[in-house]
Design a protein around this ligand. Sequence first.
Ligand SMILES: *[C@@H]1O[C@H](CO)[C@@H](O)[C@H](O)[C@H]1NC(C)=O
Length: 279
Amino acid sequence: MASRKRESFRWRTPVEIGLIAAVIYVLLGAPGLPTWIWPDSTPVHEASPRAKIESLVYPSEGLQCPKHTYDVHVFSATPLIIYIDGFLSDEEAHHLVDMSATKWQTSTVFNKGVESTDESVRKSEKALIDRDQTVQCIEQRALAFQGWPAETFIERLWTQRYNVSGHYAHHYDWATTSKTSRRSSTFMVYLSAECTGGGTQFPRISRPDESKWCQFVECDGETEGVTFKPRAGSAVFWNNFDADGRGYKETIHAGMPVTSGTKIGLNIWSWYQAGHVPE
Ligand SMILES: *[C@@H]1O[C@H](CO)[C@@H](O)[C@H](O)[C@H]1NC(C)=O
């Protein structure tokens, strides 16, 4: 009897120490664990509460666009993620940067429909782009790339400028998960990338082994997931939803902080709006 008591005492102590240590670790915020371990505690911030119908556009009928080619590199089939080298020409990229020059305003975030600035979440400036022929040709290119999906429109284009320490914390682009209305896909286009840092990071997607990807993704260092490098004119395209309308959790992503110079990006969001007729 006495020896059994001593044995249970000997074993209980390390277990108790372990439990207390685990509680302290969690109270400290579980340092060292990747941020995607708990999906529900991952901060999710929306670029907009939902696209307003008036911000949905469609390229004009009879639009004449110059021939343009780009190189497609399929990164992942599910979710579909494609790196597009040369999605925009140098002239198009410069034109969008020039058009933004007089329009920069501080970027905002939405939380339960309330718009505010929060530099811990998003630090950048944005500019709403007028829809001239060049811009409509880019809208058309984005829809053609996806095979002209039915009842799918482009949200008015915005450029984004990130100076040193500019960033956008992890978020989904989903905007809503409604069956009839949602942001179906994203092109993250880099217009100007005279910077260090500023990559687009997907913590739940692993970095490919093949070294051919190192021209497009960060291959140095021990970063979480995969980080696409900003390269002027190129774009990362991905679908935000599967065919049944379920948001892909893998598409959570962040704009990493710019550490020197300036990055200018362009969001091209496609919006599925059942029953909407373009003007
Ligand atoms: C960002 O940098 C540009 C110059 O590259 C400057 O004109 C602009 O004011 C800066 N924006 C902020 C918010 O500091």
